[in-house]
Design a protein around this ligand. Structure first.
Ligand code: ATP
Length: 202
């Protein structure tokens, strides 16, 4: 099978920025957020199941998922949230495995924001954590998304802690530096994974 390298990090840590650099160098890229949207896209079997369970109020006129309506229904309802997760998590997981194995590049970078939270470590042979201090996470999220300090901090608080993520890491990319320096680390790791892929996975 394909060498699969998981890439994770908290909100605003720089996952997308770092993943794009790996992709530019030639890594295959699979994005868990993209898959999570695809599995509930118009016409997807899981969307029909969601519609049957929650009612037509969660499907808009165009036949697409009304995310705001669904969010409102599960927001304060642990049982409904669990029902939804039990439907979607296995489907997303299977799709991540299938797409990771299907890449033509020498290895696959699987970008999963909630890798540690959802215990998806076993989908990858190696884990890269993009790491910055919490203060930087909050600062960059506020600047990028135009949200308040408090709401950025609240999202940070709901995610795994910096230390929980670092404990899962085989490699850490410190992203609290100018990106030119970060890119050098990415290049070095990319070369390492290329070598690892040819030694163990071909
Ligand atoms: P999320 O999980 O919220 O989608 P992310 O981990 O994918 O975030 P990015 O969107 O890549 O993070 O980066 C967050 C913000 O920080 C972006 O505006 C990005 O341009 C900026 N950024 C990333 N790396 C650096 C860096 N080394 N120096 C300065 N700014 C950076």
């Amino acid at each position: 099978g394909q060498l699969v390298v998981g890439l994770t990090g908290g909100i605003g840590s720089g996952k997308t920025t770092v993943a794009n650099e790996f992709q530019r160098l030639g890594a295959g890229l699979v994005d868990a957020d993209v898959i999570a949207r695809q599995v509930v896209a118009k016409g997807a079997p899981a969307l029909a199941q969601i519609g049957a369970h929650f009612g037509t109020q969660v499907i808009d006129a165009a036949g697409e998922l009304d995310r705001a309506a669904l969010r409102a229904l599960v927001f304060d309802n642990e049982a409904e949230r669990q029902w939804l997760n039990q439907l979607l998590h296995p489907i997303i997981r299977q799709q991540m495995i299938a797409e990771s194995q299907n890449q033509q590049e020498p290895y696959t970078l699987l970008v999963v924001p909630l890798l540690v939270e959802n215990r998806l470590q076993e989908l990858c042979q190696r884990i890269v954590v993009v790491d910055v201090p919490v203060s930087t996470q909050v600062q960059r999220t506020v600047a990028r998304d135009n949200v308040s300090d408090q709401s950025a901090q609240a999202i940070v608080n709901r995610q795994a802690s910096r230390w929980q993520r670092l404990r899962a890491a085989d490699h850490v990319i410190s992203n609290n530096r100018p990106f030119e320096l970060v890119a050098k680390d990415v290049l070095q790791l990319h070369r390492h994974f290329l070598e690892f892929a040819t030694q163990s996975y071909s």
